[in-house]
Design a protein around this ligand. Structure first.
Ligand code: GAL
Length: 663
């Protein structure tokens, strides 16, 4: 069995040979070698080619592909092939098709058209996974198992009767008896008290707002249910093909939050993810880096695998701009900066047919006489030179807390303001630090916070007692802690922590909030330090904290909006409104100064600096997000341009360098 390529940053992507005639396959392998491709993911959507009829498997074509790839020295991340069942499956088992919240059963014809709770689907998926494992466990090209694909991308939540029964079982396991569930769900409200689990339903479309804890539990259940699908395939791979690493590709994108990846990550031998830029985002480059920092957090700080991103345009937005010259290299290296040791793409060869035929690929429709192909070959050369940093780890003194359950609870309807969306504050603070050249780890509240000098708790609406205790302990031990509004409001059942907001954190922060007063869209409020608040304000009393800034106008004039309290060897800061731009940057400046955190080098705002280290070796990634040239005073060797830097690394707008530092 081959091991994963580590003599270089592995480069590759999804390879779908079943879309092409046989004579194309050797050409593919030759071109992969020309581009420096060292791995491919094969068979992800090949179920209908692998099992054209129920129980009749046709793997001959895949044998050929595997042999060709092995001869070409290309490692295979082999899919179990179970991402999308074939037409015969949906035809034979129509009850396995997913159902929407308003009771509409979806049809096959796209992909991933199966109910997450279906044991019929599971049995067929496990049978295919076992067939694949039996056939290829000893194949020398096999380097990793790729289970399914982007779980929950299209079929979660499902509200069918199978899910309803599975949800009841999940609730029985979680609560033991119906009285405990009633308490957790607060069912005395609106006459929702259940006498038996048998009457419980998924939160299907109701005349008005559903029970919030039911909604939250349904999210938990949906994530756990798909995790069980993964674990069923994982178990068969472990049994039949022991010793081969197993992964499934996450989607740590800001807009995808169907799965609680903190619960999934421990079951991956290596954490892998996909990332796509969304053209309408305010700061797509910063969002990309956030995704990398989150993925690294899920991997416990270890290097991870970027399974997919795009060489240029995607096809699923209203308008799909091409990447600018140099952007593919910059995006790829940004992922490596944040901990990826593998750079993968969707897909190897651009499809001629199908719903994704306008999606970019490593080998474009135009062929090899193209700018894109030349850029791919250049990326391959750079990945080859980066082999020496494989296995190194990212340095960060800042933790930003991220919690999928808190997000699910925060983004429910019937809250004080629909303008408060989970993730907004986290992304904004992360971007502000990034533009100062400061790297953050994005981690779960259950992570070990003891090594961080600055801990940020952004809109962490739902907090467990353990989470609140961990944040308090971090401050006691010397960290600067920043909490932003609408944090620590409810417990794990989405019940208000009574006695004044923010219940879980009011002692730590030394504040007591009587009432929220969210601001209308585009409404702002002046603060007495010259900054301007938006989105949120609240009637806050100091209970041990000091005011850093107060509202200077409106109904809350004179009420503190930013506070600070000494705590043990550290301090707890509270931001009770949303600051933007230079005002947020100024507050972050005070925090990083107090924490003693700084960028590796002095640079103007807008230069991303990330350091990866391994033993005594250290690598500085520098990405220029500005539209003018900048100089970074780093001495060493830039592995991208393959030149020495001698205290003066000059980066063009959009430029990127990876400097092996001489310190
Ligand atoms: C991913 C998916 C790929 C492809 C890609 C297009 O979500 O895993 O199969 O669809 O998006 O951007």
């Amino acid at each position: 069995m081959r091991s994963w390529p580590t003599d270089r940053v592995a480069l590759g992507g999804d390879y779908n040979p079943e879309q092409w005639p046989r004579d194309v396959w050797p050409q593919d392998v030759a071109l992969m070698r020309e581009a420096g491709v060292s791995f491919v993911s094969v068979g992800i959507f090949a179920w209908s080619a692998l099992e054209p009829e129920p129980g009749r498997f046709d793997l001959g074509w895949l044998d050929e592909v595997m042999d060709l790839l092995h001869e070409g020295g290309i490692a295979v991340d082999l899919a179990t092939g179970t991402a999308s069942p074939p037409p015969w499956f949906s035809h034979r088992y129509p009850d396995t098709l997913p159902v929407t919240r308003d009771g509409h059963r979806l049809w096959p014809g796209g992909r991933q058209a199966y109910c997450p709770s279906s044991t019929v689907f599971r049995d067929h998926a496990v049978r295919l996974a076992e067939t694949m494992a039996q056939r290829y466990r000893d194949h020398p090209a096999l380097a990793m198992w790729h289970v399914s694909n982007e779980y929950a991308c299209h079929n979660t939540p499902c509200y069918c009767d199978t899910c309803a029964a599975a949800f009841r079982d999940w609730l029985r396991r979680r609560y033991g008896d119906v009285a405990t569930m009633n308490d957790a769900w607060g069912t005395s409200f609106w006459s929702q008290r259940h006498t038996t689990f048998e009457h419980v339903l998924p939160p299907r479309q109701a005349p008005t707002a559903s029970n919030p804890t039911q909604l939250l539990d349904y999210r938990r259940f949906s994530s756990d249910t798909l995790l069980d699908q993964f674990l069923a395939e994982r178990a068969v791979l472990e049994r039949v093909s022991p010793g081969v690493p197993i992964t499934t590709n996450f989607m740590t994108l800001s807009h995808f939050r169907h799965l609680d990846y903190t619960r999934w990550a421990p079951h991956q031998d290596v954490v892998s993810t996909d990332h796509y830029l969304v053209a309408t985002q305010a700061d797509p480059g910063a969002e990309l880096s956030f995704s990398g920092d989150l993925t690294r957090g899920l991997a416990g700080g270890a290097p991870w695998l970027l399974m997919e991103h795009s060489t240029s345009a995607v096809n699923w937005q209203p308008v799909n701009p091409a990447k600018a010259p140099g952007q593919m290299l910059r995006n790829s290296l940004a992922h490596v900066a944040h901990g990826a040791d593998t750079v993968g793409f969707f897909q190897w060869r651009a499809s001629a047919a199908g719903a994704e035929k306008f999606h970019s690929a490593l080998l474009p429709h135009a062929g090899t006489e193209s700018r894109l192909w030349r850029d791919v070959v250049r990326l391959g050369e750079v990945c080859g030179r980066l082999g020496e940093l494989v296995g190194s780890r990212v340095e960060a003194d800042v933790a930003i807390l991220w919690d999928y359950e808190a997000g699910w609870a925060c983004d429910q309807p019937s809250h004080p303001s629909q303008l408060v969306a989970y993730g907004d504050d986290a992304h904004q603070l992360h971007a502000t630090l990034l533009h100062r050249g400061i790297t953050s780890d994005v981690v779960s509240p259950a992570a070990d916070l003891s090594s961080y000098r600055l801990v940020i708790v952004p809109t962490l609406y739902l907090m467990t007692d353990a989470g609140a205790a961990a944040v308090t302990a971090a401050a006691q031990a010397g960290a600067q802690v920043l909490v932003t509004f609408f944090s620590g409001i409810v417990d794990e059942h989405d019940h208000i922590r009574l006695g004044g907001y923010p219940g879980a954190l009011r002692d730590l922060l030394g504040v007591w909030v009587e009432e929220f007063n969210p601001l209308r869209e585009n409404e702002t409020v002046q603060l007495d330090d010259g900054s301007v608040g938006a989105v949120w304000s609240e009637r806050l009393d100091l209970r041990g904290a000091q005011a850093v800034a107060s509202y200077a106008e409106g109904p809350l004039a004179g009420v503190p909006a930013i506070t600070r309290r000494d705590v043990g060897a550290g301090a707890a800061w509270y931001l009770a409104t949303r600051l933007q731009g230079e005002h947020l940057d100024a507050l972050v400046g005070r925090l990083v100064d107090a924490a003693g955190v700084s960028a590796p080098y002095d640079c103007p705002r807008g230069v991303e600096l990330v350091r990866r280290t391994s033993g005594t070796a250290s690598y500085l990634f520098a990405l220029n997000h500005r539209d003018d040239e900048v100089t970074v005073p780093v001495t060493g060797h830039d592995l991208v341009a393959d030149v020495g830097t001698d205290g003066r690394l000059v980066l063009a707008p959009g430029g990127v360098a990876v400097v092996r530092e001489r310190r």
